[in-house]
Design a protein around this ligand. Sequence first.
Ligand code: DWN
Length: 410
Amino acid sequence: MSRLRACRSCGSTNLHPFLDLGDVALADNILTPEEVAAGGEPFHRLDVALCPNCGLVQLLEEVDPGVLFVDNYHYFSSFSDALLAHSREHALGRIEAQGLGPDSFVVELASNDGYLLRNFVEAGIPALGVEPSPGPAQAARDIGVDVVEEFFGDELAARIVAERGRADLIIANNVLAHIPDFQGFLRGMKTLLKPGGVVTIENPSVVELVKRCAFDTMYHEHYRYLSCTSVKNGAERVGLHLNHVEYFPDLHGGTNRWYLGHDDAPSPEALEWLEMEADLGAATPEFYDGFGHRVEQLKTDLLKLLRDLKAEGATIAAYGAAAKGTTMINYVGITTDLVDYVVDRNVHKHGRVMPGTHQPIRPVEVLVEEQPDYVVILAWNFAEEIMRQQAAYAEAGGKFIVPVPSPEVV
Ligand code: DWN
């Protein structure tokens, strides 16, 4: 663990802290009850600052990625039908747009369980995943995806080029925020990308995060919170250029897809997004000041709602042992006297407990079996999918609580 002294992108030391969530458990450190009883569960300060020089929002306390993404990391992308559909659409779109075929080469950084590369493998297009977490990496191999089980950076990029050549397409979904060395990761992309090739990067937008009060998407796995502005500035520092921007409002609380290339050829959409962020002041302290007060108000409102319901004798569970769920329950203080357990479809999480507050994680079928009066949807980014899936629970009288942007019983 280390405290940040200078911006991870431009090196400026003029950082502007704007949110402090206190000591929070590690988001995906999903322990067994025995591991909790053994003691030593790590908690780290979760505080965030803006670099006004380049617009990058970043954590001030960095936890070693080897601690975050190896032993107890149980995040598997394929447990979301919506994400699988979204990823397949992107893969097929790139195959068509770039005319990818058997002589092409596609690399995904943070390829997880093969949720996306499987589409290229099925199309007969040579593909390579880079995934440091052993569980997801093995799950990818089990479906025929070739994986390098390492962290990506300058050195691995050069090794891939030497062994496999440069890539026509590099995909990096929900990973540019996940590695301490922001510029080294981007330099690796520059090295690996074939002339005329395309990099696509997906990540939740920090602008939407602030607008939606989605403070719970801040956790130690996310070293930074990205905007078109900060991605453009970071990319240009290594000789890549932001050439196009797409937006997916319903994915992970509002996700941008940024297209980078060796050439500087911005589309009208890219220029519009950069202008919109400039008009909002997304790289200025004023845009972030006041966010802390809104977060504190959400905490107060959610705690009051849960305490009032418990005072009425209600039973309350939660849905989604999500990383964002860890920040929410730890910062708000949703202990086991308020929420009894958390359900999740990810079987790798069953029998374990939520980081920090230690609610048991159980199969989703429990909701219909035990019919708690309320279910807090911690994975609110999938609320529609989850409520559709749990229609039987709702038909039997169960009610959902969606905590973001402000707590609401639906
Ligand atoms: O950056 C990251 C984001 C993109 O994904 C990663 N560092 C970790 C992860 O964050 P998260 O865990 O908050 O993401 P999810 O995908 O919102 O987590 C959803 C949780 O809910 C997973 O544990 C799976 C579960 N789930 C479920 O039980 N039933 C999800 C769906 C859609 C469902 O129907």
